[in-house]
Design a protein around this ligand. Structure first.
Ligand SMILES: C[C@@](CO)(OP(=O)(O)O)[C@H](O)COP(=O)(O)OP(=O)(O)OC[C@H]1O[C@@H](n2ccc(N)nc2=O)[C@H](O)[C@@H]1O
Ligand SMILES: Nc1ncnc2c1ncn2[C@@H]1O[C@H](COP(=O)(O)OP(=O)(O)O)[C@@H](O)[C@H]1O
Length: 314
């Protein structure tokens, strides 16, 4: 392998929760129209890009994620970002040249947009490494080409998502919301959960349920109001595929959470609590029934440069 430069660009990108996920009947292209409210929460993947003479990607996974399988070379979303940036950003369609390291703490296939976080981080890091100076609007358009959740991973904070989720508008959210996050070793496939939703709800309206009640609750700043407004149309499908998730949601609420919710397409479950201290208590109680229980807060920033790291010594 060629020896990469010792200067790297590190970008941090956050996991997401859908505070509201309204899902309409599938469109002609197979995607479901959404009215969703995303919130970025304080679980992060870090991606570092180093200058190099060729292309390589390595991934390390936090112990709490267990043994997870990530797509191999060429299929990882980071490879796809590099190819797309080269195809669109370089006049001569350059060959990707970089060494990229991804350090994952976001659950994989967990409904928290970990792959989207890595894609957003790669867009920001490689754009800077290759000095492409892609305008924000164009980065968002590239993100939307790669996946419905990726534009939000760039934007972060709290935001409404329309279309198939890729049309993102930031929402003013002055709250500091406290969450318990319970990942699951199993993973659920997003397309499989959408397909199961179609089976369970063959007469779903083409219009997704409006996020307006959630947005009103968010403005109040009151965690009780927010808890009452949390809504996920994919929850019934995820729980039907994995009935144990229903038991976990009930257990978390019994232990003091204001509300439990499947995160996106699952299987991660999240619990809104009325303070950081309450979240720690609920997390401690749920630790007796689940091996990994985390706490998090939101909203936090979208993908951003955090550090210039030295290349690790061999
Ligand atoms: C369900 C959500 C909720 O935010 O998140 P996750 O639970 O995956 O994190 C998203 O809609 C996931 O977005 P993302 O994971 O980016 O999906 P994509 O890569 O664009 O699409 C993967 C597949 O999901 C289905 N899909 C996705 C988005 C959408 N609006 N309708 C769909 O039917 C399609 O089968 C598509 O082929
Ligand atoms: N860098 C990556 N990190 C995580 N998952 C990835 C990555 N690249 C591709 N994937 C794949 O993307 C799919 C969705 O994973 P992820 O984004 O973590 O979950 P979800 O869509 O449930 O939020 C999985 O099949 C995963 O293997």
């Amino acid at each position: 392998m060629t020896h990469p430069s010792r200067q790297g660009i590190t970008v941090r990108a956050a996991a997401k929760i859908n505070l509201h996920l309204g899902v309409g009947a599938p469109r002609e292209d197979g995607f479901h129209p959404l009215d969703t409210v995303y919130q970025a929460v304080s679980l992060y993947d870090d991606l570092t890009a180093y200058a190099a003479d060729d292309w390589s990607l390595s991934t390390t996974v936090a112990d709490h994620l267990g043994a997870v399988e990530l797509p191999g070379p060429g299929d990882n979303v980071v490879d796809q970002v590099a190819a797309l940036l080269c195809a669109t950003g370089c006049a001569d369609g350059c060959t990707p040249r970089a060494h990229v390291e991804v350090s994952k703490t976001i659950p994989v296939a967990g409904g928290m947009a970990g792959g989207s976080a890595d894609a957003a981080a790669a867009l920001v890091a490689l754009d800077r490494l290759w000095d492409l100076q892609t305008p924000d609007e164009q980065l968002l358009a590239l993100a939307a080409q790669l996946g419905s959740d990726i534009p939000f991973s760039l934007v972060g904070g709290t935001a409404r998502g329309l279309g198939r989720g890729e049309v993102v508008t930031p929402i003013d959210d002055t709250g500091n919301w406290s969450w318990v996050v319970v990942p699951d070793a199993g993973g659920l496939s997003t397309p499989a959960v959408y397909r199961h939703y179609d089976v369970l709800f063959p007469d779903a309206s083409p219009e997704p349920a409006s996020a307006q009640p959630l947005l009103t609750a968010l403005t109040s700043g009151d965690p009780f109001a927010l808890a009452a407004a949390l809504h996920n149309d994919l929850e019934a499908a995820a729980v039907d595929l994995r009935p144990d998730l229903g038991e976990l949601l009930a257990r978390g609420e019994m232990e003091g959470a204001l509300r439990g919710l499947v995160s996106g397409s699952g299987p991660t479950c999240v619990f809104l609590c009325d303070s950081a201290e309450a979240a720690r208590d609920v997390a401690s109680s749920l630790s007796s029934v689940r091996p990994v229980v985390l706490t998090a807060h939101g909203p936090v920033s979208g993908a951003h440069v955090v550090d210039t790291s030295p290349f690790p010594e061999n």
